[in-house]
Design a protein around this ligand. Structure first.
Ligand code: ADP
Ligand code: MG
Length: 215
């Protein structure tokens, strides 16, 4: 399959809708081990990204779409998730620079660049109870799937399953990064909100790719 500008715009809209539907749960998770704003931050960020990319012309290439999403997300979000997702989108844009549309392998390369961008920006390693615990296994699963001959929709579906599993596993972790690191052992038994929202984001990306693949 080939992922066109229109599919990327649709994907941002799909992620914004999924995050809006999940907003209250994400705020509740953040309420337990943070400051209860994570669902609001993610909703503001993805709504801004959705609107900004929707305003681009049909001739916008994938890099412009990702860069525009990055800028608008950063401007809309004051919380730590702002620079983390902005860096993710900037890196995705850089990974596919010069390409008018994306092949399956290009899309997965952009996806892996997002995960790496979050990791670099936050300086978090897996096991530190952050969104990296969803993004890192997701990137690995997508890479394995594409290497095994899967298309982008199936690769990101595998990533979504890995992200959901990774998010669940944060419950058993002590946080080493972010606001919840102040809680020490008291954070154990609670899922990290950023990992939970990452699973929602990646799940919506997978659904959107599946829909555009069969359209
Ligand atoms: P804030 O903590 O500023 O209120 P949010 O509530 O939007 O920001 O996001 C909190 C989430 O951000 C955490 O659950 C965690 O997943 C993620 N996070 C925080 N710091 C880092 C970091 N250094 N690296 C990666 N992710 C981080
Ligand atoms: Mg918060």
């Amino acid at each position: 399959m080939t992922i066109e500008t229109l599919s990327l715009k649709t994907m941002f809209a799909a992620v914004a809708a999924a995050i809006a539907a999940d907003r209250d749960r994400l705020c509740a998770l953040d309420g337990v081990i943070g400051d209860a704003d994570h669902g609001i931050a993610m909703e503001l960020g993805f709504n801004a990204a959705r609107d900004a990319v929707a305003g681009l012309g049909e001739d916008a290439d994938p890099t412009l779409i990702f860069n525009t999403a990055a800028k608008s997300f950063l401007n809309a979000v004051g919380a730590s998730s702002g620079p983390l997702y902005a860096t993710a989108f900037m890196r995705a844009g850089a990974a596919v620079k010069g390409k008018p549309s994306l092949s399956d392998a290009d899309f997965v390369a952009a996806f892996q660049a997002m995960a790496q961008g979050i990791r670099d920006r936050g300086k978090a390693e897996p096991g530190e109870k952050t969104m990296v615990d969803a993004w890192a296994p997701a990137a690995e699963a997508a890479g394995q799937a594409i290497a095994g001959g899967a298309n982008a929709a199936d690769a990101i579906a595998a990533a979504a399953a890995a992200a959901a599993k990774g998010a669940e596993a944060t419950s058993g972790m002590i946080a080493a990064k972010g606001r919840s690191s102040r809680l020490g052992e008291r954070a154990v038994g609670h899922v990290d909100p950023g990992a939970a929202s990452a699973a929602t984001v990646i799940g919506a990306m997978a659904d959107s790719l599946r829909t555009s693949a069969t359209a």
